[in-house]
Design a protein around this ligand. Structure first.
Ligand code: NAD
Ligand code: MG
Length: 396
């Protein structure tokens, strides 16, 4: 029957910026006629999660926050949609038989359910870059073992993926990640000292979730992306370059041994990368804005400044040190970001917290299992909180 031909998909983090864009793409490509939504997951925005589950006829809706279980159950009563909550609920969502899973939870919270989906062989569309930053080659190995594909959704990595033809892999010389430079691209370090959350979250080109927006302002997002690229494309750290490109039109580039550089361009709209991940290796027809080169008139490039944006230097350090330094950087950054949002530390303190935790844990043995990753993550969070407490004291 027609029903059997529908593609089964699951969205981890459906209520976020990537999740909402993914459902828009799904709708554009035929909605419920073409896709069977197995599970949708969210956290605090229960009204949106319930609305999505009803609109797309999901089999299961999950809130990561157990406190919202009853609210979600009430919202969906009588619909026949199953409801679950907490870590076990996320695991249940990831376990349902969907061949394609969008990993769009923010932070390390997404690692466990994404690994569950990977282990049963689902194709993983990866927006949740923290999975790769934290678990690195162990994550890549888990997807490979499960037998599914790992398809990047991060716009830079999608661009590289699109520019990197397998038969030319041997001639790959370098990966050039573009960075918008964020809202503080032209700020001096002094000007950055007292910036507020409101200015830090206002990205000039992209509309995104809170963490990645602040990460674009500090360039910690680019730091995570450097580590993400290393594992996704199995390149050496010295093959990864970053160039600031304020217009965010070139989403990233691949340089080859013959001097050629391939770039992928488009308007800053995540739906292109999401659609590519959903229909790969084909391309979907999408209703997104087209580039108008005459209107664009110019594309600018500048070298990144690691003094004003130490996150980039810290990513290099983590890459050179290897082992669990990615997990440590990631966990410390997430904790420092939380403290900045709660106004416990200032904007520039975030990098100092991360650097201190990375240095404190430099002797941490290289991990050989996901449990080692979770242990390093927990220790780094604890240490970061300790460092943050000293800042909070100093500010009193
Ligand atoms: P967001 O904050 O808008 O959404 C995050 C999603 O995760 C929501 O569905 C939320 O309910 C869920 N969530 C939050 N905390 C959770 C927890 N503790 N447990 C389980 N679920 C939780 O974030 P976003 O901007 O959509 O980003 C999602 C991921 O995609 C991030 O890793 C981000 O770096 C990456 N990404 C986002 C963009 C973008 O344009 N937004 C671009 C590239 C990559
Ligand atoms: Mg990106």
């Amino acid at each position: 029957t027609d029903t059997d031909r529908r593609r089964r998909i699951t969205l981890l983090g459906s209520t976020g910026s990537i999740g909402v864009n993914t459902l828009d793409v799904v709708q554009q490509l035929g909605g419920r006629e073409r896709f069977e939504i197995m599970a949708l997951t969210g956290n605090g925005n229960i009204a949106l999660l319930a609305e999505q589950a009803r609109a797309f006829g999901a089999k299961l809706a999950v809130t990561a926050d157990e406190q919202h279980y009853q609210t979600l159950k009430d919202e969906l009563s009588g619909t026949g949609i199953a409801v679950a909550a907490g870590a076990s609920g996320l695991d249940e969502a990831a376990s349902l038989d969907a061949g394609w899973v969008m990993a769009a939870i923010v932070g390390t919270a997404g690692l466990a359910p994404t690994l569950t989906a990977a282990a049963r062989g689902a194709d993983i569309a990866l927006a949740n870059k923290e999975c790769l930053v934290s678990a690195g080659s162990l994550f890549v190995e888990a997807v490979r073992k499960g037998g599914g594909r790992l398809i990047p959704v991060d716009s830079e990595h999608s661009a590289i993926f699109q520019c990197l033809e397998e038969p030319q892999r041997h001639a790959l010389e370098r990966i050039i990640l573009t960075a918008s430079g964020g809202p503080f691209r032209t700020h001096t370090r002094e000007q950055m000292e007292n910036v507020t959350l409101a200015t830090a979250r206002a990205h000039p080109n992209w509309s995104m979730g809170l963490k990645i927006s602040v990460g674009s302002a500090s360039m910690f997002n680019k730091a995570l992306e450097m580590i993400e690229a290393r594992h996704l494309f199995n390149v050496r750290p010295d093959q990864i370059e970053v160039v600031v490109h304020p217009q965010s039109i070139i989403h990233s580039m691949v340089g080859y041994a013959d001097g050629s550089v391939m770039a992928q361009l488009g308007v800053p709209d995540m739906r292109t990368a999401i659609g590519y991940a959903l229909t790969y290796p084909k391309r979907p027809a999408l209703n997104v804005d087209r580039l108008d080169f005459a209107k664009l008139s110019r594309l600018d490039f500048e070298a990144p400044d690691e003094t004003r944006f130490p996150a980039l230097r810290l990513a290099r350090t983590a890459l050179e040190r290897g082992g669990l330094q990615g997990a440590i950087l990631n966990a410390a950054e997430e904790t420092a970001f939380g403290a900045f949002v709660e106004e416990k530390i200032r904007f520039l303190d975030m990098a100092d917290v991360v650097e201190q935790v990375m240095d404190d844990m430099v002797q941490c043995p290289p991990g050989s299992s996901i449990d080692d990753v979770f242990a390093a993550d927990a220790e780094a969070r604890g240490r970061a909180k300790g460092v943050i407490a000293t800042y909070a004291k100093a500010a009193q």
